[in-house]
Each structure stands twice: as C-alpha cells, then as structure tokens.
Write a protein that binds this ligand. Structure first.
Ligand code: V07
Length: 265
C-alpha cells in the first residue's frame, strides 16, 4: 500500500539512528510532536493474542517515547492520540480495558513523571469518560500542574470536528451575548477557543502502522505540520524509529506557504 503512494521501497539497509544524530541539530528539534498510535490490535493478532494485549504493549511504548522525548530536551509538547470519539464503537470489553489504561500507566509512572518534571494534560471530552478514568486523569493533572518540563498531552475521547463544533458554539454564544464582535473573529480568535489554545501547533505528526489518514485528529492544528508515516506497528515503535522520524523532520525545509530557502532573493 505504501508503494502506491511513495513508490517502490528501495532495498537499502537502514542504519539505526542514535540520539547524537538528532542532537547534532538541536535547534531543529520539533517543539511539538503529535502521534497517532495505530496498530496495537494488528500487533496482537499477528501473535494470536487478544487485542487488549496489544494495547497493554502499546502503553509500555508510550512510557518509552515519553522518556526519549524528555531526555532529548528541546521537545516541549508530546501529544498522543489515546482514545478517539469513534473508539466507543469497539467491543465493550475492549473499551473497558482501554479505560483502565490511564490508571495502569499512572499508578506505576506518576513518580517518574514527577522526577522528570513532566506535566500531564489532556484534551477531549472528559465528561464522557467513566468516572474512575476521570478521577485518575484529574489526579495526575493536579499533581503535575506545577511541573515545568515536557508537556504530555493525552487526547482522550477526542475528535477534531467535535472540538471545532464546540468552539463555534462558544464563539456564537459570545457574539450573541455581545462579548465578542463578528469582526474580531479571525484565525487567532478561533485558535483561542480550541482545546490546544495554550499549546504551540504540532511541528511533526507521526502515524504508525501504515495508515495514511488523519482520522479526525487535530484538523485545524495540523495545517502546517510535517507528516511522517511508518509501517511499524505502535507496539514495535522503538527509539531508532522515533529518532528516524525526528531526523526526517530536521532534513525538511518548512515553508509555511512562503518560499523560505527556495532561492528567493
Ligand atoms: C492507551 C496505549 C497506547 C496505544 C494506543 C491505545 C491504547 C497510555 C494512556 C494514558 C492516557 C492518559 C493518561 C495516562 C496514560 C492510554 C488509553 C489508551 C485510553 F493520563 N496509553 N493509553 N490511554 N493505549
């Protein structure tokens, strides 16, 4: 499927990247990385394991990736698509298991998050989550709220169209109440009504497991983001793969619609 889009894969031997490769260009590290962590179910199926085994393995990778992002320094935000508004359609037992993962993750990892000065935040419709999940999320958000290092932003019960519709409703209400005038509504204002208003826009989007679409993820925020796709399934996503994505980003020439570095005199 990839060959259809990017041409035949060359049989070139990939050299595994080390941290020094991306740290050689520290000023070009992406400030905000967003990841669609796909392929957990497929990883499990390949091993004749239940899907939830794939999700559990995927959770361990979240921990590893957060550590690497933190160790590199310079990465300010890591946004992870943990649960979408569409994921409720999955079998009940799978949804229940997914809703227990924040608890599993935080019960073992919260002390390390504190040591590392990592701040946990979330975006999405928190009210739609089971109470026990809300409680552990609120607890982690509260305990890490004064941390000043890496921001770990979990998209939970998140859908980009939902987010935009909600923003529109609040904007319209404010216009209706005379708190905002229509003339004031511009890109900057719309941005202020999104769940990411306090964050920089993602510089790099990674999606694993060979799917090449956005699936209702940060549609507004990804307008100028560099995309990087890999066939690697999320539970197999490792440090060299993460560094490869960052290195690919560093080699790109971002234009923002202009002609930066395009020989404009
Ligand atoms: C989930 C593991 C990663 C692959 C994608 C789906 C399964 C970590 C969390 C999490 C969320 C919030 C939080 C701390 C940890 C998580 C869900 C699924 C629903 F504050 N991994 N992970 N949440 N998966």
């Amino acid at each position: 499927m990839f060959s259809k889009i990017f041409g035949k894969k060359q049989n070139k031997q990939k050299t595994l990247l080390g941290r020094e490769t991306v740290l050689a260009n520290k000023e070009l590290l992406p400030c905000h990385i967003a990841i669609i962590m796909d392929g957990n179910g497929r990883w499990a199926k390949k091993r004749a394991l239940p899907r939830i085994a794939g999700h559990h393995e995927g959770m361990k990778v979240v921990r590893k990736v957060a550590r690497i992002a933190d160790d590199l320094g310079g990465i300010k935000v890591l946004t992870l698509y943990a649960f979408s508004t569409e994921n409720w359609k999955r079998p009940k037992n799978e949804v229940e298991y997914l809703m227990s993962l924040p608890e599993k993750f935080l019960s073992s990892f919260l002390p390390e998050l504190m040591e590392r000065n990592i701040k946990v935040i979330m975006m999405g419709n928190k009210d739609g989550l089971p109470k026990h999940t809300q409680n552990v999320l609120n607890d982690a958000i509260e305990k890490t709220k004064n941390n000043t290092g890496l921001i770990l932003n979990f998209a939970m019960n998140y859908g980009s169209r939902d987010e935009i519709v909600h923003a529109m409703k609040v904007i319209l209400t404010n216009v209706n109440d005379g708190k905002l005038s229509i003339d004031e509504v511009d890109e900057f204002t719309v941005n202020q009504y999104l769940m990411t208003s306090a964050l920089p826009e993602p510089d790099l989007l990674i999606r694993t497991s060979g799917e090449v679409r956005l699936s209702n993820f940060m549609l507004w925020q990804l307008a100028y983001t560099e995309f990087w796709f890999t066939e690697t399934l999320w539970p197999d996503f490792d440090e060299p793969t993460f560094l490869e994505a960052i290195h690919a980003y560093q080699k790109r020439n971002r234009r923002y619609g202009g002609l930066k570095g395009e020989g404009k005199n």
